[in-house]
Design a protein around this ligand. Sequence first.
Ligand SMILES: C[S@@+](CC[C@H](N)C(=O)[O-])C[C@H]1O[C@@H](n2cnc3c(N)ncnc32)[C@H](O)[C@@H]1O
Length: 311
Amino acid sequence: MGGVLEGYHVPVLLHETLRVMDLRPGLTVVDATFGFGGHGLEIAKKVYPGVVIGFEKDPEVYRIVSESLPPTANVRLLNLGYERMDEGLLKVGVVGVDRVLFDLGISSFSLEGTGRGFTFKREEVLDLRFNPKEGEPAYVFLNEADEGEIERVLRVFGEERKSRRMAREIVRARPIETTSQLAGIVDRMYPPKLRRRAKARVWQALRIHVNKELINLRKGLALSLKHLRIGGILVAISYHSLEDRMLKSLKHYGFVKPLFKKPITPSPEEVARNPRSRSAKLRAYVKTGEVDASELMEDEGFAHPFPRRVM
Ligand SMILES: C[S@@+](CC[C@H](N)C(=O)[O-])C[C@H]1O[C@@H](n2cnc3c(N)ncnc32)[C@H](O)[C@@H]1O
């Protein structure tokens, strides 16, 4: 079952994830970000005859993966975002989940193979949506939003220090359509040594904005905690501080208990083998009490400490 999809993405913290998830035959597991099944297919082997319900928002990733899965696999793959977990679980008739995994961030395939502008290293249309049927592409936002809104997105979601000047330069350079146009603006504002990181921040900000990533993550986490059985385990791998802050804030609630204090990070060997793993942080919680998902979604302590209008 594994193997077929191996060229598309290298799973991050795989052994650590499997260990922390404490898997055994018969469990029902949600892989909220199935991608190419780097984690999900290994989990499926360990829980057989239990099942893995995989959520994958990107229709192209979903198509490639579902075409290569044997019909007998104990994986039910859904082309849905994890923010629609209620709908997905209802569709596959699952009530009660034993483990949930979120592997946030982006796969190597999305970066290099979709042509939607996820990489600033090639000339592509600046779209940045995981599902091109939802929301608006990043270039539409950059061309239509007012300068203040662009500035807020760059500052809040990219933690970009030069957000004001950058927003002004963007508005001045309109219309913007491609990765190289935006990369050119960022490059002109930074010396060569700082350019790559600056572009990474700007791309992160726009990706979070167009995909509503933080709102969706809040929903996805709240819903998965609702569906998790008491004693069930939630594992999440995040790749930047905004996601990690949200995951960390869960420890303040009485209905979960962190399995360990400090997040697990990749070994130097893993980072050398797979540089994309370098910013990964794995946190895990065990569910100890019932969760009201709508209440959690609205809770200010779990909500991101940012003004609602930019989320
Ligand atoms: C880092 S990759 C997961 C890789 C996977 N664990 C593996 O090893 O093959 C994250 C995946 O989540 C998907 N994704 C992004 N936002 C999502 C959402 N809201 N719901 C479900 N999937 C999402 C992306 O398309 C991407 O395939």
